[in-house]
Design a protein. Structure first.
Length: 264
């Protein structure tokens, strides 16, 4: 019987490889280009991915060491992410690439070797093998988006977005809770048009009174806070669904600042 976690692990590998092909061909100057994240260059984006892959590897292989990292994060909640990115961004591009590549490979090996049913500590709730891989794919895609945008390049969306879309929907209640808001009592119906232009990814009961619809790409950009809601074709029916689109986030941690509308 095939391991059900293998497909998401393969998609995580492919997502990293796609971004690797982009940044691996860059000259030193391009690594210093600013991105949409304030104060972060292309190098900061890749350094953050390498740093978070290392944290995930610790969570999978050494829970005590990861607990120490969580304590450091709790002591500096407003700066620990930036500090991790800054440390890596100071490396020469080739050294940073080696660090990121090595971390991706080691994390994949550890997740492939995890026993069935394993759960790992994280900055939010504990994660299964599949959830850890999905979270890493979501981050790789989102920070990769900042890199593509900084370089003025457009990437073609793929079916791997289904992982990002799903984690965004599953994180709905967290988006409310992290802002001190009560989550809606009822599920929403979410219907997203996949990148192939034909398939629809659906979540929640078809009979739900509140709905969210639109392109999967726009939804993924929205829940990773890479675009302002006004610049998407995602639409809500119902007051709670409408509120969710204002605050949606697929990532752990405090509320993100979001992005300003284009032209603002």
């Amino acid at each position: 019987m095939s391991d059900p976690t293998t497909p998401v692990l393969d998609d995580l590998r492919d997502e990293g490889d796609e971004l690797d092909r982009l940044v691996g061909a860059l000259g030193p100057g391009a690594w210093r280009l600013g991105t949409a994240a304030e104060g972060w260059t292309v190098a900061h984006q890749i350094a953050h991915l390498a740093w978070t892959d290392r944290a995930a590897l610790l969570a999978v292989t050494d829970a005590d060491a990861f607990a120490a990292e969580v304590e450091k994060a709790a002591a500096a909640p407003d700066s620990f992410v930036d500090e991790g990115a800054e440390e890596g961004a100071r490396l020469a591009p080739d050294a940073l690439l080696r660090r990121w590549r090595d971390g991706r490979a080691r994390l994949r090996e550890a997740l492939l070797g995890a026993p069935p049913g394993a759960r790992f500590p994280w900055y939010g709730p504990p994660m299964s093998t599949a959830s850890m891989a999905t979270g890493r794919l979501m981050e790789t895609w989102a920070h990769g988006q900042d890199v593509w945008d900084a370089l003025g390049r457009t990437r073609e969306p793929t079916g791997r977005l289904r992982h990002v879309a799903r984690i965004g929907v599953r994180a709905r209640d967290f988006a409310f809770a992290v802002r001190g808001l009560a989550a809606p009592d009822e599920e929403f119906r979410v219907e997203l048009l996949a990148p192939d232009g034909e398939t629809r990814w659906t979540y929640g009961p078809d009979t739900a009174s509140q709905r969210v619809t639109g392109p999967a790409l726009d939804s993924c950009l929205l829940v990773t806070q890479r675009v302002h809601r006004a610049d998407t074709a995602v639409r809500a029916e119902g007051p709670d669904a409408d509120r969710w689109l204002d605050i949606a986030q697929a990532f752990a941690g405090p509320p993100g600042p979001g992005r300003t509308p284009r032209g603002a």
